[in-house]
Design a protein around this ligand. Sequence first.
Ligand SMILES: [Zn+2]
Length: 71
Amino acid sequence: MAVQNPTRDIPDWRIRTCQPCGGEREHEVTVRFRTDATREAIQPQNEVFARQPYRVLECLYCGASRSERVV
Ligand SMILES: [Zn+2]
């Protein structure tokens, strides 16, 4: 169900499905890097591969947040 919103121009990439809301909502999208420093098997020269980028999606309606991997 598409809801017209003439007052605000929301970019498509900010519109994500929110499970608690049960529909598509505008989200605050932040890209972060997760570092796993507990793995001793990771050598310093491979540190870049240990940093996994992921997005944090926070619903601007209900405040629910979730993360997804960036491939
Ligand atoms: Zn929501």
